[in-house]
Design a protein around this ligand. Structure first.
Ligand SMILES: [Zn+2]
Length: 218
């Protein structure tokens, strides 16, 4: 593996960060020529960076109009939350029998950090730990195709978590939502781990869909 990522990967990282932090809002037009100038790279490099983001589901290319940050419609929120629930519950179910002691230790460590950040009301860190928590359970499942599918969804998942964060006044729900999943995996209760993960995102998906459709009507 080469030490330096290729230039289009670097540019894709920069643009992804802008999208996920909201510096480039939903629906924003990404103008190729601007990034050629801003990053001092070729058109081809920018184009291939944009292709990467399109594959991750963060931007869409509209013929003769250009490339835009995706707009999230109510149905997108529901699709993402149900797809995440499906993949994450499959992972949790398998992890109940496949997670090693070291992996369990790491999972508990993530939960502890989450507890700590909830107490400090650190929303940004909590969102990052939420993502890390589920990504780690997927890794614990030792299922390469599941890992690959989940990785493809990672950017949209991060976007989803960032969009649903403001829906919660406080972070109190975080630990009660995740702690039982850890316990179920630890006690090797595969069915419980599956059930708890199977609707873990549903409420956020529904709330986000509701919020988007309300915004659409005003
Ligand atoms: Zn979660």
């Amino acid at each position: 593996m080469s030490k330096h990522p290729s230039l289009d990967v670097v540019i894709a990282d920069k643009l992804r960060k802008k999208i996920l932090t909201g510096a480039l809002p939903l629906g924003a037009h990404l103008i190729e020529a601007e990034y050629v100038k801003e990053f001092d790279v070729s058109h081809g490099t920018v184009r291939s960076a944009l292709k990467r983001l399109e594959y991750e589901g963060l931007v869409e290319s509209i013929p003769r109009r250009g490339v835009f940050v995706v707009e999230i419609h109510p149905n997108d929120a529901l699709e993402l939350s149900t797809l995440r629930d499906s993949l994450e519950s499959l992972a949790a179910k398998r992890a109940a029998s496949t997670a090693s002691p070291q992996e369990m230790k790491k999972l508990k460590g993530i939960l502890e950090k989450m507890q700590h950040e909830v107490m400090r009301d650190n929303r940004k860190e909590c969102a990052a730990l939420d993502l890390e928590f589920h990504r780690h359970i997927v890794a614990c499942a030792h299922h390469s195709r599941l890992t690959a599918m989940y990785a493809q969804l990672a950017s949209q998942t991060e976007m989803f978590i960032n969009l649903t964060d403001p829906l919660h006044d406080d972070l109190e729900h975080m630990v009660p939502l995740h702690e039982p999943i850890v316990r179920a995996i630890e006690t090797q209760d595969a069915e419980l781990a599956f059930r708890l993960s199977a609707d873990h995102n549903r409420r956020d998906g529904e709330l986000l869909a509701e919020q988007i459709s309300r915004r659409g009507r005003t």
